[in-house]
Ligand binder design. Structure first.
Ligand code: HEM
Length: 546
């Protein structure tokens, strides 16, 4: 894959500042050799015809470039370092090769960027700018070879560090465009939530302001090449499905449900005692109508295709693991999470969703396919799902074993003792506060992962001594079809002297919220469902509210 202008531009920013980009004085495509300033120019290969003829992306480096040549002298790393950008002779290395590029610097099509590698290794730069991985470039390089590199520890560490850094840069080079209204909590990986007031304007959260919690760079997936693999407990592939097959061979099913990040309302926990985790206000939750194929239908079909009965295939299965196509380049791991098999078997609403609010999924929301498991913490709604693995054990991924568990300390024993978070408890939050004199209009959301629906929301302005019922707004879905949907609510309170208003909800299974954040405090700041309090005078945006 050749990284073209936009991506190169994105990767170059810091370097471009250091070395203002000059138009290359000699270009591969337009400059015949005879125009070049040095008649003795040794890289005759640099002419267009030759270059085009040997243009071969992802070519393997020539032996004369990368490997040791016994007839050439050994040059220790310390000596190469001395041939930096200010030296009279500029050296670079690639693999085991040392090259004198002094006369090439001015001719380099990428301008003086080449000096970033002066006295150093080219390897990470060539990974980062893959246009170099071509046969004709290697030929040019072999013409400049002067010796064999003898590495020292410092050299090895520097190359490793730079390679990892560039690989991450490259992975983040093609992220989706995002709505300006999102409050960005982290750029890499991208996490963002909408301003709280926007969140409760409509029953379904608009796709472009729906909170985003990525764990890695957003993968670039070609829908024509996308394949979903189903793997049985023995590690055998039962089925591979293209996106088209998923969309056409299974009945399309839709569910309106909220999805909430485990860390929603984390910042309130910091006031009790600092927690470890990214900042989230009340907006790491959203409600949408998701459509796709039912997981159970796909599993049934997978069993049939492999000539077995679904009961037989599911016999030893205790957990269903979902692996995403997003990948951490530094550790070469994919995001993965699992849910107990009872969760999937018991619900026709567990979907392999390809639509969100009537549109195809956006890249930040898992295009082309994400898992939707109504009621369960957002971390299990794996985006960009590529593999579904039926398993006897929970996912062994970091996010299942060492994250998304409610622990009081961050040691291994605490994680092992705590169950992974699955169904979310009843929660509510005040998102919009409008004050007119003593009258305060409140608007917020309430949700319960129990799937029984929200029974009641109440608000108070006297620190919970008395409560007033809020009005629950309709979800727009048929009765019984919206039990996993959140409820937007509104209330009007007469506030005499109080500065603080609060809300609490009860679900239809009579689960209630705890009164104080301290009751649910935990070291990672997860699953905060305490009564939500907002200071009225300051309350414009509940994301900033204490
Ligand atoms: C001796 C080492 C190097 C050689 C032989 C070399 C050679 C080349 C060649 C032949 C091209 C044109 C490729 C094409 O059009 O297909 C090119 C482009 C480029 N090189 Fe290098 N390069 C070297 C080092 C570097 C380094 C260290 C960097 C960055 C730090 C770099 C950055 C670039 C960039 C950004 C371009 C694209 C320029 C454009 O299209 O405008 N190069 N290089």
């Amino acid at each position: 894959m050749v990284v073209r202008a936009a991506a190169v531009g994105a990767l170059l920013t810091p370097a471009a500042l250091l070395y203002p980009r000059q138009p290359p004085r000699h270009s591969v495509r337009s400059t015949p050799d005879k125009q070049r300033s040095r008649p003795s120019f040794p890289w005759r290969l640099f002419d267009l015809a030759h270059a085009e003829a040997s243009r071969d992306s992802e070519a393997t480096p020539l032996k004369s470039v990368k490997t040791r040549i016994d007839t050439l002298p050994d040059i220790p790393a310390a000596e190469v370092r001395q041939h930096g950008r200010d030296a009279s002779k500029i050296y670079v290395t690639y693999g085991d090769g040392v090259f004198d590029v002094t006369d090439f610097v001015d001719a380099h099509p990428g301008g003086r960027l080449i000096l970033l590698a002066a006295g150093r290794a080219l390897d990470p730069y060539f990974e980062s700018y893959p246009q170099h991985k071509q046969h004709f470039v290697y030929e040019m390089l072999s013409e400049m070879r002067v010796g064999n590199l003898v590495r020292d520890q410092q050299w090895v560490e520097e190359v490793d560090k730079k390679s990892a850094h560039f690989a991450i840069d490259a992975a983040y080079a093609h992220q989706p465009s995002r709505d300006d209204r999102l409050i960005v909590r982290s750029e890499r990986p991208f996490t963002a939530e909408p301003p709280a007031q926007l969140l409760v304007r409509e029953q379904n959260t608009a796709n472009e302001i729906f909170y985003v919690r990525n764990h890695m760079p957003v993968p670039r997936i070609d829908e024509d090449e996308y394949e979903l693999e189903i793997v049985d407990v023995h590690g055998n592939t039962l089925l591979q499905l293209s996106l088209e097959e998923l969309q056409t061979q299974f009945e399309k099913s839709c569910v309106q449900t909220a999805i909430q990040c485990g860390g929603n309302r984390r910042t309130e926990m910091d006031e009790v005692q600092l927690v470890k985790g990214g900042v989230w206000g009340v907006g790491a939750i959203g409600n949408a109508t998701w459509c796709g194929a039912r997981l159970n239908d796909v599993l049934q079909y997978a069993a049939e295709q492999s000539g077995r009965d679904v009961k037989q295939v599911m016999r030893d299965v205790r957990h269903v693991c979902f692996e995403g196509l997003d990948r951490d380049v530094a550790t070469d791991t994919h995001y993965e999470a699992s849910v107990p098999v009872e969760v999937t078997e018991g619900s026709a609403d567990v979907l392999l969703a390809y639509e969100m609010n009537g549109q195809r999924l956006g890249r930040d929301h898992g295009f082309p396919v994400r898992v939707v498991v109504p009621g369960v913490v957002g971390a299990r709604h794996v985006k960009w799902v590529g593999t579904i693995r039926l398993s006897k054990v929970e996912s062994e991924s970091h996010w299942q074993q060492r994250d998304y568990r409610v622990v009081q300390t961050l040691d291994e024993a605490a994680y092992e003792a705590a169950p992974s978070i699955q169904y979310m408890p009843v929660v509510s939050a005040i998102c919009d506060v409008q004050r007119r004199g003593k009258l305060v209009q409140l608007r917020g959301y309430a949700w319960s992962g129990s799937g029984s629906g929200v029974a009641r929301v109440e608000v108070s302005c006297d620190d919970g001594k008395s409560w007033q019922a809020a009005e629950l707004l309709p979800t727009g879905a048929d009765a019984g079809e919206d039990l996993f949907a959140w409820r937007i609510w509104s209330a009007e309170l007469r506030v005499e002297h109080a500065r603080q208003v609060m809300c609490r909800a009860v679900d239809a299974s009579y689960n209630a919220q705890p009164a104080h954040v301290r009751d649910v405090w935990n070291a990672r700041g997860l699953v905060n469902n305490a009564w939500h309090r907002v200071v009225v005078d300051d309350a414009v945006d509940a994301n900033n509210a204490p």
